[in-house]
Design a protein around this ligand. Sequence first.
Ligand code: NAD
Ligand code: MG
Length: 386
Amino acid sequence: MARSLTILGATGSIGRSTVDVVLAHRDELRVEAVVGGRDAQALANVARKLGARFAALADEKGGATLKEALSGSGIDSGAGPSAVIEAAERDADVVLAAISGTAGLSPTHAALKSGRRIALANKESLVCAGAAFMAETRRLGVEIMPVDSEHNALDQALAAGRNGDVEKAIITATGGPFRTWTRERIEKASPAEASAHPVWSMGSKINIDSATLMNKGLELIEAHHLFGLEPERLDVLVHPEAIIHGLVQWSDGALTAGLALPDMKVPIANALRHRERLAMDLPRLDLAAIGRLSFERADETRFPCLTLARAALQAGGAMPTVLNAANEIAVEAFMAGRIGFYAISEKVEMVCSTFSRRSISAPVTISDALAIDEEARVAARRLMPP
Ligand code: NAD
Ligand code: MG
């Protein structure tokens, strides 16, 4: 039976991998809508390739270029925030949410509210407004299927037992490009060095988050919401080969692990079909050829963002929202060469400590979360050099 799919962030790294999965299953997956940020030509190419019915570009100014690039294709198009929401709300069985950053929150929420099943890559949605998102899924009886490789592995491992029997859920981290660097060397790292991820090829924001290990911190918060596990039951393990993505440790001492070659097409295919399997003709994991897997603890003195994220998770309330917003601003400033690598964690910590003194209550709705997000962004921008 054909299943219909909408892809939010179709021109990005996750979007491109999703296109490959869809093209391998043309007879089973039909594309309803595709959404992109600014590149009208790239979006038009994706829409044509997939035979989508509708294409929406976030940047209003690119609307005419998009229309022209789609002329004669029969594909409708729109531009601007309302067109993006329209795409997210259109009738589809699954909406793959892969816009980067907090920009993904409103479109993902619009899809959820329309009762669509969500294949979620955009972790920032859950970090910024996790309680509101999860309340909505319960109210509507909609599923959120994790695309993030660690959470997708955990989701599969958790199916082996009961949630109450979970002692610990562990997500792995490659350690990023600076895993073996000294603090002194990391301190002087350039945006290009921080973007050179040893295993994954990803979008620019998540690349920097992987270098600071904030990505792992955001993933702990994501796991807390997705699986309803308390902060004490969540842990991080550095595993440079990125073969084991998540582990569940059960109350009898047994562990269930999720393994796969590090290719996002694997969790994407899994999330699109979930408990059923979508066959994928990808290289298979050959453990004998790999020979050995290694593990180490995360070094939070060199990677303080992980400590900050854990603290925000533990504090709860508005702190994850504040952390996420401050991090986005600090990462932008780092990428623009305006602040150094360790200034990312310093600025995030400053914003978090200012907000923690105000003990703002947890955002209940998406608009609460977005209001706190905006306030934290303003505070973070004030700390950045011009
Ligand atoms: P990316 O930067 O490569 O792509 C982002 C996509 O979002 C692009 O299509 C871009 O055009 C679109 N976009 C940007 N701003 C937009 C806006 N305001 N409105 C509409 N569309 C907009 O990022 P990515 O690496 O594909 O990551 C996407 C999300 O998936 C992020 O939340 C990231 O944390 C998560 N994720 C990525 C990976 C990975 O391997 N890349 C793994 C796990 C999770
Ligand atoms: Mg991940």
